[in-house]
Design a protein around this ligand. Structure first.
Ligand SMILES: *Cc1c(COP(=O)(O)O)cnc(C)c1O
Length: 391
């Protein structure tokens, strides 16, 4: 089955639900057992790692529908739902790291992942080394006997560097480490982590899976080998997502394939236009043919989402304000992946230790939504005119 079909059919059971197309929203903490024999049978199931309805925290058919849907499209053995993307990241890291372990994390990782490593993992005597996103197989030099996890994210946060994930995964596996990936940019559709050596793939479902800027949720999907460790600790951490949010995430994902195609097309059109503007020093978008990461993107990815960045030629902060404050169609805010366009002034050097961002000019991140791209371009053209007038 192709992805477009899986996204429509997986995680649904109309025949089991009175013919109703979508899964029901179960609000549950207590689950009743009619007899002691039922109670014992359910507990036995739990011990063998089988999925069952034991108690709200272990999930309900609502949770299972989203888990099955993400797993069907992203690949892997089983998927686990968390109340946010960051909860999935911290839960996955805690599942595989012990006191005294070492973790390799890409220097261009999502900022809060880095803060988790620096401020929380350190308290458990877990040491993090950040590595160059362009390192590839050279990561072998950073592997230690106690390196348990190699964390990848491509393209990189804010600056969109691509990583050679299969090369990194091969080295990591030779050293006995688990490869974890933040796969949010590509979504489960445009990068297939388990075909490229990843063991645990994480989604900030908040972004494209939900797709409507109204729910926080996360997922971690694992291979058969990695699943028991992921599940055991994640359950102990007690992080559950609310049933209405889980429902909205599975509902959002039903239309991911058509939304993402449009985000890709619109984003590329706006990125290509930005390349022509004299105020712009460079555009960071791996689907552009001249992007340094283009060859890797073409080799490994199946598409591009609507998130990319630019670096402006050096200009005063007040000129950047003139650009962004007057935009009509771009809201200024964190997050992305919804149907609407967003702009965010970023500062990559605030959180880099290995590969400093070499440009002096201000970086700006765009999420290109589902508006008509010509309207977005007209809005940005007026904004860049304001920037020039103010600079
Ligand atoms: C937003 C984001 C996260 C965190 O997701 P939340 O749901 O906001 O916790 C993780 N990784 C990436 C790449 C993100 O953009």
């Amino acid at each position: 089955m192709k992805d477009e079909t899986k996204i429509v059919t997986a995680g649904r059971d109309p025949e089991g639900n009175h013919g109703i197309v979508n899964p029901p929203v179960y609000h549950a903490s207590t689950v009743l057992y009619p007899t002691l024999a039922d109670f014992d049978a359910i507990r036995a199931k739990r011990q063998t790692g089988e999925r069952g309805i034991f108690y709200g925290r272990w999930g309900t058919p609502t949770t299972f529908s989203l888990e099955d849907l993400v797993c069907a499209v992203e690949g892997g053995h089983r998927c686990m739902v968390y109340p946010s993307g960051l909860a999935a990241i911290s839960g996955a890291l805690m599942s595989f790291l012990n006191a005294g372990d070492h973790v390799l994390v890409v220097d261009t990782v999502y900022g809060p992942t880095r803060r988790f490593c620096d401020q929380v993992a350190t308290r458990f005597n877990i040491e993090t080394t950040y590595y160059d996103p362009l390192i590839g197989a050279g990561i072998a030099e950073l592997m230690r006997d106690n390196t348990r996890v190699v964390f990848v994210e491509a393209p990189g946060s804010q600056t969109f560097e691509m990583q050679d994930i299969p090369a990194i995964a091969e080295v990591a596996h030779e050293g006995g480490a688990t490869v974890m990936m933040d796969n949010t940019w590509a979504s489960p559709l445009y990068f297939k982590p388990f075909e490229h050596g990843v063991d645990v793939a994480i989604q900030a479902g908040t972004k494209y899976i939900v797709g409507h800027s109204d729910v926080m949720i996360g997922t971690a999907t694992a291979t058969r080998e990695a699943w028991p460790a992921l599940e055991a600790t994640s359950r102990m951490l007690g992080q559950t997502a609310g049933p209405d949010d889980v429902y909205l995430a599975q509902r959002g994902m039903r239309t991911l394939s058509v939304r993402l195609k449009q985000h890709w097309r619109n984003g590329l059109k706006v990125a290509e236009w930005l390349l022509t503007r004299p105020e712009v020093e460079c555009v960071m978008h791996p689907a552009l043919p001249d992007d340094p990461g283009h060859a890797l993107w073409k080799r490994d990815f199946l598409g591009a989402s609507g998130l990319f960045g630019i670096t402006l030629k050096p200009c005063p902060r007040s000129a950047v304000a003139a650009l962004v404050d007057g935009l009509e169609l771009f809201g200024m805010g964190a997050s992305w992946g919804g149907y609407e366009s967003l702009v965010l002034v970023t500062s990559p050097n605030g959180s880099r230790s290995v590969r400093p961002w070499p440009h002096e000019g201000q970086t700006v991140r765009f999420h290109i939504g589902l508006e008509d791209p010509d309207d977005l371009i007209a809005d940005l053209a007026a904004g860049l005119d304001r920037l020039r007038a103010a600079g």
